[in-house]
Design a binder for this molecule. Structure first.
Ligand SMILES: Nc1ncnc2c1ncn2[C@@H]1O[C@H](COP(=O)(O)OP(=O)(O)OP(=O)(O)O)[C@@H](O)[C@H]1O
Ligand SMILES: [Mg+2]
Length: 251
């Protein structure tokens, strides 16, 4: 089925992104000209075989790694434009542009879940008073209002990942990058994280966009769209091609 989206106001636009590693005969071209865009409020799943460059792509979009060529634009009003800039030149991308979710949560063990969210806001330059207000709001949005003062190890894996989601969205960052966010969760907890992403994307007051790497085709099929990375580029995909079957025309 052809799905038509009005590509009028993308939240994220990536064009002609290239990145390789090494030199001479050891040179490995990983990204060979990636083009993709995400609308505001869209949840997009990125799939592809191990080592194809999914994390490399996220790291460049997240301002942790520079591309060799290409351009990235986040937002439409006062957009952040980068791609080949070094990480120390794209501090705003990390502070205001993107929030991260990783497979293994990356929470600090010795402070409460709320303090984890507050700390990340303070590190991004928010005043302590403002940080506490925003953090409480974010914890309520991920339905952990009653667990704010628990230590991370007093929470289930799914709840810990919700704290990580709260941390990622607390700074009103418009784009969430999730690298295998459900990799350490059981099926039910994984599904509930995807449902949470969908709720946050559909929030009429403050919608975010999510680019999520997953190896799980069932979870990927719950996204608005799927992209498959192959031969250094991304292409639209559907559930059958994610399982490795031929599908004919891409959607
Ligand atoms: N800093 C680096 N130096 C050299 N090679 C690298 C570096 N980072 C990534 N690579 C190589 O780039 C390729 C893509 O790696 P990447 O981590 O992006 O893959 P991936 O699609 O995320 O894989 P997985 O599904 O296993 O997480 C791999 O061959 C990897 O070895
Ligand atoms: Mg990876």
């Amino acid at each position: 089925m052809i799905r038509t989206l009005a590509f009028v106001n993308p939240m994220l636009e990536v064009s002609g992104l290239k990145r390789g590693f090494g030199s001479g005969s050891n040179r490995l071209e990983v990204l060979k000209g990636v083009d993709l865009s995400l609308q505001r409020g869209e949840l997009v799943a990125l799939m592809g075989p191990s080592g194809c460059g999914k994390s490399t792509l996220l790291n460049i979009i997240g301002g942790l790694l520079k591309a060799d060529e290409g351009r990235i634009k986040i937002g439409s009003r006062n957009p952040l434009v980068y791609g080949t800039k070094a990480p120390n030149q794209v501090i705003d991308v990390r502070r205001k542009g993107v929030g991260w979710i990783f497979q293994d949560f990356h929470l600090l063990d010795h402070i409460t879940s709320l303090e984890n969210v507050i700390l990340s806001l303070e590190l991004a330059g928010t005043s302590s008073q403002d940080a506490e207000r925003r953090a409480i709001n974010a914890m309520e949005r991920v339905e952990l209002g009653d667990r704010m003062h628990f230590m991370p190890n007093e929470l289930s894996g799914g709840q810990q990942q919700r704290v990580a989601v709260a941390r990622a969205i607390a700074g009103s960052r418009p784009l969430l990058l999730a690298d295998e966010p459900t990799g350490n969760l059981d099926v039910k907890a994984g599904e509930s994280i995807i449902s949470l992403f969908k709720e946050l994307c559909a929030d009429p007051d403050d919608p975010i966009s999510v680019l999520m790497v997953t190896h799980d085709p069932i979870l990927a099929s719950k996204a608005d769209r799927m992209l498959l990375m192959r031969d250094g580029k991304t292409a639209a995909s559907d559930i059958r091609s994610a399982w490795g079957e031929s599908t004919g025309d891409p959607i």
